[in-house]
Design a protein around this ligand. Structure first.
Ligand SMILES: O=c1[nH]cnc2c(O)cc(-c3ccc(F)cc3)c(-c3ccc(F)cc3)c12
Ligand SMILES: [Mg+2]
Length: 214
């Protein structure tokens, strides 16, 4: 039967990355996406901006909305201090199955909790189910129409504290106009735009970094 793109990406990781070496997993995926098949990982150019935000925040608790195949999950987790954790939500079971194997290959299973399901369902359950207090960093990379409702949901569920950082992918391509309008005009956030390009292309895209002011 026909393989899927995520399955071919996983094969590229098994064939080209060293087990237990997260940077080689990231490199193998970027190589696959540049040379073989485009895929919607954040990629290396926006990935470097992600890396700099992660190292600046040095988070103990991270929430990622949208795992896909685990590229950014691995990229973030490889930079976390010991005992720090990332919870990542993925809606698509096929993507989640591939992400679990890519995360395992990178050797980061201890730092990463992958939850299958919708962000709207799971965000209200994170405190009771996983003993989460607040998140130091949230990476929004799931579905453009969910960025704003999920941000409001995180506020309502008390998952953000003064100083929590939200980093949102794709605010230009495909674009998240309602989210940008809210976050840039709300007195409860201070935002900054990082201009970049859509992964593996020359199309403009960017990341929006926002600090929750409480
Ligand atoms: O959905 C996305 N979630 C998280 N990151 C994404 C990303 O980094 C890129 C894209 C993207 C795909 C194709 C294209 F031409 C331009 C942008 C998408 C996306 C957008 C609309 C779609 F219909 C399906 C995928 C996502
Ligand atoms: Mg994205």
């Amino acid at each position: 039967t026909q393989s899927t793109r995520p399955q071919r990406m996983l094969a590229a990781v098994h064939n080209n990355a060293t087990r237990g070496d997260p940077r080689s997993v990231v490199k193998a995926i970027d190589q696959f996406c540049r040379q073989k098949e485009w895929a919607m990982n954040i990629g290396d150019e926006k990935g470097c901006i992600l890396d700099s935000v992660v190292s600046e925040v040095n988070p103990a608790m991270v929430l990622e909305l949208g795992t896909y195949c685990g590229y950014s999950t691995v990229r973030i987790a490889s930079q976390l201090p010991p005992h720090a954790k990332i919870i990542t939500l993925e809606f698509n079971p096929q993507n989640a199955a591939v992400a679990r194997q890519i995360i395992a290959w990178a050797g980061l299973g201890e730092k990463i909790k992958l939850i299958e399901g919708s962000s709207g369902d799971w965000i209200p359950k994170l405190k009771e189910q996983f003993g989460v207090d607040t998140f130091d960093l949230v990476f929004l990379d799931h579905w453009k129409d969910r960025y704003l409702p999920d941000t409001k949901l995180m506020e309502e569920c008390g998952l953000l504290r003064k100083g929590s950082i939200l980093l949102a992918d794709n605010v230009i391509c495909p674009g998240t106009p309602e989210y940008l309008e809210y976050i840039r005009n709300s007195p409860r956030y201070k935002s900054q735009y990082f201009k970049s390009h859509l992964e593996y292309t020359r199309v403009e895209d960017g990341l929006e970094k926002s600090i929750f002011l409480g």
